[in-house]
Design a protein around this ligand. Structure first.
Ligand SMILES: Cc1ncc(COP(=O)(O)O)c(C=O)c1O
Length: 455
């Protein structure tokens, strides 16, 4: 029978997958490979350290039967630990920040873990900070083990023992550049150290979000003030024990926009469905690879699966809300759906047979200054308050006239899939455009709705 004893036997030995379309598009000659850590049983690189820290604690006699594992995590380390804990009968309490995606929180609960959520805004060293909270819970919980992934030697050691050798063997020792982001620093430090020991010429590249301290800290020895960014699981506001910056040759800063854009492109163009930190790594890999020839072999880490972020950057609505969506994906339908942060609004309109007085009442009641005139599902005209009032000044009797007698021509009609750029060009000449979906007018977009997107 070909079978594994339990799920932890599937951790590691992840394959390398070549990136094809996107490298060609960026005119890159070097070979760029994704190390598919998203194929681990917990769908992230952190399964490796989950089991390795638990093995350490069992070996050292720190963790006893029925004990509780406690850790501060952005989710993936928790998932990795929870898998092994399920198999070996340990309880888990994980402390996360409210920046962590709801998918990862639910995943942890599904694996049987308890979670505690702290504010991401809490400063290091303050009682509300997630690391301080985890420490406190560990002190208060008997028979517990708090590995502290930021400092525990079994973290980089797992990568030194497994990730590094796998990459070395799978590239037949030909890897020239290794790119990884830095959360705890375990991946880059452990893998980097192994690879440098095999061939000191291999370049180890850190990819770090703008706002994190690592680049400035490495280059100047100074710790700058960190600023917020949206990519999860990587970057820090203070140096961490497991991030051995001496192993790293260069650190490249990457924006949220580029990280998410490239993670989305990896999914769409290469079928590599991944998280935001993978986008950060791939951005670093592209940056490095652009100056290399076809003999160079660049390997970057696919840290985790895109499924952890379906309600975040893999959703057009979330990307638009964060002002990060590419213009061609900001469509009439999406703007209408998400305008004012509310659910789709009922379209307010009049019919040609309504009276002008009713139309003005409707505008007043709804605080709007224009109205489409619809007959059935078709747009037959438009009313603008200022123009109607001008006509009324000349002839007050028009108040009782039919809308059809005073209306102007219809607002332009666009399909739900029309992009924001085309809508903008129409709004130069018209105060509003109407949205058509399956031959029905379903919505209206005004200049204000589009200006709200700040593009
Ligand atoms: C999504 C994600 N990517 C990357 C990393 C970085 O890995 P490391 O902690 O080994 O530096 C983490 C770490 O938490 C993570 O959660």
């Amino acid at each position: 029978m070909k079978a594994y004893n339990d799920i932890t036997a599937l951790i590691g030995r992840t394959p390398l997958v070549r990136v094809n379309h996107l490298t060609r598009e960026h005119k890159i000659k070097a070979q760029v490979y994704a190390k598919m850590e998203s194929l681990n049983p917990g769908y992230s690189v952190k399964d490796r350290i989950g089991i390795s820290m638990i093995d350490w604690a069992e070996r050292e006699g720190v963790l006893k039967k029925g004990g509780t594992l406690i850790e501060a995590t952005s989710g993936n380390t928790g998932i990795g630990m929870a898998l092994t804990a399920a198999v070996r009968g340990y309880k888990c309490i994980f402390v996360l920040t409210d920046k962590v995606s709801v998918e990862k929180m639910r995943y942890l609960k599904a694996l049987g873990a308890d979670i505690v959520v702290c504010p991401a805004a809490a400063k290091h060293g303050t009682p509300d900070h997630y690391v301080e909270t985890a420490k406190r819970i560990a002190q208060e919980t008997p028979n517990s083990f708090y590995p502290d992934q930021y400092n525990h030697p079994a973290n980089p050691e797992a990568h030194y023992r497994t990730t590094g050798p796998e990459i070395w063997e799978d590239t037949d020792g030909k890897i020239t550049h290794f790119v990884a982001s830095i959360g705890t620093g375990g991946t880059i430090s452990g893998t980097g150290r192994y690879l440098k020991e095999q061939n000191p010429k291999i370049k180890i590249i850190g990819a770090d979000p703008y706002g994190s301290i690592f680049k400035t800290y490495k280059e100047s020895g100074k710790v700058p003030e960190a600023t917020p960014y949206l990519v999860e699981g990587i970057g820090q506001s203070l140096p961490v024990g497991n991030a051995d910056l001496k192993i790293i040759d260069e650190i490249i800063n990457i924006t949220d926009r580029e990280s998410f854009d490239l993670a989305r492109q990896l999914s769409r163009r290469e079928g590599i469905f991944c998280g935001g930190s993978t986008g950060t790594n791939f951005a670093g890999a592209l940056r490095v690879a652009k100056d290399l020839d076809e003999n160079a072999i660049v390997v970057f880490i696919v840290c985790d699966t895109g499924e952890h972020y379906l309600t975040k950057f893999h959703s057009d609505e979330w990307m638009k809300e964060k002002l990060l969506l590419e213009p061609q994906r900001i469509t009439a339908g999406l703007i209408a759906e998400t305008k004012n942060g509310t659910s789709p609004q009922e379209l307010i309109f009049v019919s040609p047979d309504d009276t002008v007085s009713d139309a003005l009442d409707k505008m007043n009641a709804n605080g709007i200054t224009q109205l489409p005139v619809l007959e059935g599902h078709e747009s037959v005209g438009s009313l603008r308050e200022s123009q109607v009032l001008t006509k009324l000044l000349a002839d007050r009797e028009l108040l009782n006239a039919k809308v059809s007698e005073v209306m102007d021509k219809s607002f332009p009609v666009v399909d739900v899939d029309t992009s924001i750029n085309e809508i903008k060009s129409k709004l130069v000449r018209s105060p509003a455009v109407l949205i058509e979906d399956f031959k029905r007018i379903t919505g209206i977009l005004t200049r204000g709705d589009v200006l709200e997107i700040h593009r």
